[in-house]
Design a protein around this ligand. Structure first.
Ligand code: FE2
Ligand code: FE2
Length: 250
């Protein structure tokens, strides 16, 4: 029996972890912000761009009050995940809250140009982890050059979810919230061009093989909730950097 998922509402993908993105059939490149709520403390992952802000906000306020957000984790500096940070900050600080932006120091150098006001929490300066008030620990996995030198992923051992940023994403015109039978190929096609070399991707996959990952929640494309090992194995063997051989130009 297939259960219909209403993507007009937040979707709880594991206890206290919500997908708060949206289904835009025209986009072809979906952005997936996520929210983790633990003992009243809320952590926002890759919140999205300026045009997406109203849609994401609308879902977020159905789950929490804005002053519950204490951390915004951003895997790198791109506008599709960081553009909305100053808008969220306006609302968080406006209701008396405050938050830290959790990222690599290499990314914080660039993220400050969005006009953010929060303090940065450098994953590389804090032993690659963030401990929540309850004692729950989020572990950061350094995945350099995928696709930014300071890129990283977040692993939550409680749920077994890996928040993977751009990695494991895909362009998908037949988008579904959870990966369908075609997703593996779509994912490979995205990485062939977007990730620089096989060696870089393989090194990251070797790190991931050591973690008890139950589900992968990427910033683009669909959530991988079965066959996680197959997706890791596929990327490990993938020929990347293909864009070097494409196109015209000098
Ligand atoms: Fe990116
Ligand atoms: Fe992205």
């Amino acid at each position: 029996m297939t259960v219909e998922i209403n993507t007009n509402e937040p979707v709880e993908i594991a206890k206290g972890i919500h997908w708060i993105g949206f289904d835009d059939r025209k986009a072809g490149f979906h952005c997936n912000p996520y929210l983790l709520v633990d003992d009243g403390q809320a952590i926002l992952f890759d919140p999205g761009s300026v045009p997406h802000f109203p849609l994401v906000l609308q879902k977020l306020v159905k789950i929490i009050n804005l002053d519950q957000i204490t951390h915004i984790i951003v895997t790198h500096q791109d506008p599709d995940l960081c553009g909305a940070i100053p808008r969220f900050e306006e609302l968080i600080y406006g209701v008396g809250g405050s938050a830290q932006i959790v990222t690599h120091t290499r990314a914080s150098v660039l993220i400050q140009h969005y006009g953010v006001r929060s303090e940065f929490y450098g994953v590389d300066q804090n032993d690659w982890k963030l401990t929540l008030r309850s004692g729950r620990e989020l572990k950061f996995v350094f995945t350099p050059y995928m696709h930014f030198p300071g890129a990283f992923m977040t692993f939550d051992a409680v749920s077994g979810i890996l928040f993977s940023g751009d990695v494991f994403g895909a362009f998908s015109f037949d988008w579904s919230l959870y990966a369908n039978d075609y997703y593996l190929e779509a994912m490979k096609a995205f990485h062939e061009n977007y990730m620089p070399t096989t060696q870089i991707v393989r090194r990251a996959m070797e790190k991931l093989e050591k973690l008890p990952i139950r589900m992968i929640a990427p910033q683009h494309g669909s959530i991988i909730n079965r066959g996680v090992k197959d997706y890791i194995a596929a990327l490990k063997e993938l020929r990347c950097g293909d864009y070097m051989f494409e196109g015209e130009g000098v």
